[in-house]
Structure formats: structure tokens, C-alpha cells
Design a protein around this ligand. Structure first.
Ligand code: ATP
Ligand code: MG
Length: 182
């Protein structure tokens, strides 16, 4: 019997409780899940502070924390390419075969649909808080972000001094902006 595999793509900057929930829910519908880490080559910017490798670490530690069976998922880094029209082929080249894509991103949905691949939009859980943008905003402003991510992700971010990185990157961007104004 063919296994039913689903593909979920996220930049995971960083991994938060919404990602865990959608992975758990998707695993009720498919035999295996492929987690594609989008923009895997990007790091050290305001919206993409963490490297592809750091995000792999967050995912594998958090999935272990939540007792997700390691034989049920694949973590695949997906680098960006400049041609949207070739992107689905690029993703298919790097991932195990899949029959469905789980995404809420409108461009991702359109590109897969144009390639006759079924796209399902999973519900968003507590989206005002469980959002990468909100976690990064709280890290930058020294507000509570621990409650939005798994404990194992707090440990990884502490290990790599992630909050300091985000705050330093932001200071650098602000000072560069000010210099340009002069
Ligand atoms: P950012 O604000 O940095 O874009 P994000 O929270 O949107 O981060 P991404 O890493 O961009 O997260 O991943 C996007 C995918 O993760 C979505 O297509 C969706 O499937 C899933 N996702 C993100 N947040 C949630 C949530 N709160 N509940 C359920 N799924 C979520
Ligand atoms: Mg997003």
C-alpha cells in the first residue's frame, strides 16, 4: 500500500506552538509528514534571524519533546530560487513524494494548484500569539516569548544566543538607516 505523505512548508523563524499544533493535526490525516524549511539559506536578518541548521535543531528537539514518532516525519531544508514558475519542480526534486500540500500561503497555494497538486488550508491556532512575527517582536522588546514556543525551543534559542542576535541585528539596521539619513 502506498503511504500517504503530506508536505507542510514554513520558514520556522522560529518554531512556535502553532507549528507544533498543525504538525500534530496533519499527522492525523496522513501517514507521514514532510516538513519543508522555507528560505533555508537565509539568516541574520530581522525577519529571518535563524540559520537553516538552527531551525532543523528547533524542529527535531521540539518534535522529540512532543513525542512525535521520528519515523513519521522528514525535515527538508528548501532554499529559495528566483523563478516562481520553477519552484514546485525545485521542491519536488528535494522532497520525498507527496500527495497533498498543507499551506495557508497564497502564492504557495497558487503554484501547487497550477501543478495539479491538492492544497489544503489548515486552520490557524491562536494566530494573534502563535506567529513567528509576534515571537520575534517579543524577543526584540524583551517581552514574554517563552510561552509561545516549546520548552526545547527556548533551550535552543538560549544556546545560540538568539535573542541577543535579534536585538543586535535590529540595532545595526537602525544605525545604518540613521547613517543614510545624514
Ligand atoms: P512569520 O510570521 O515569520 O511568517 P508564521 O507564524 O507565519 O511566521 P511560518 O514559518 O511562515 O510561520 O510558517 C507558515 C506555516 O505554518 C503556515 O502555512 C501554517 O501552515 C503554519 N502555521 C503558522 N502559524 C500557525 C498557527 N498559529 N496555527 C496553525 N498553523 C500555523
Ligand atoms: Mg508566515
Amino acid at each position: 500500500m502506498n503511504e500517504k505523505r503530506g508536505l507542510l512548508i514554513g520558514r520556522i523563524q522560529p518554531l512556535h506552538n502553532g507549528h507544533i499544533k498543525v504538525i500534530q493535526e496533519t499527522l492525523k490525516e496522513v501517514d507521514e509528514i514532510i516538513i519543508g524549511i522555507g528560505s533555508a539559506e537565509k539568516s541574520h536578518t530581522d525577519s529571518n534571524p535563524f540559520t537553516g541548521g538552527e531551525r532543523i535543531l528547533m524542529l527535531s528537539k521540539a518534535l522529540r519533546e512532543y513525542n512525535v514518532d521520528a519515523s513519521k516525519y522528514y525535515i527538508i531544508p528548501l532554499e529559495d530560487i528566483s523563478c516562481n514558475s520553477l519552484w514546485v519542480g525545485h521542491v519536488k526534486m528535494l522532497t520525498p513524494p507527496f500527495s497533498k500540500v498543507y499551506s495557508g500561503n497564497s502564492l504557495v497555494k497558487q503554484l501547487f494548484k497550477e501543478n495539479n497538486i491538492t492544497v489544503i488550508q489548515p486552520p490557524l491556532f491562536n494566530r494573534t500569539e502563535y506567529s513567528g512575527t509576534e515571537v520575534r517582536r517579543r524577543m526584540l522588546n524583551d517581552e514574554d516569548w517563552h510561552s509561545l514556543v516549546p520548552k526545547s525551543v527556548v533551550k535552543v534559542i538560549e544556546e545560540i544566543k538568539g535573542v541577543q542576535r535579534i536585538q543586535n541585528l535590529h540595532k545595526k539596521e537602525v544605525s545604518e538607516l540613521n547613517n543614510k539619513k545624514l
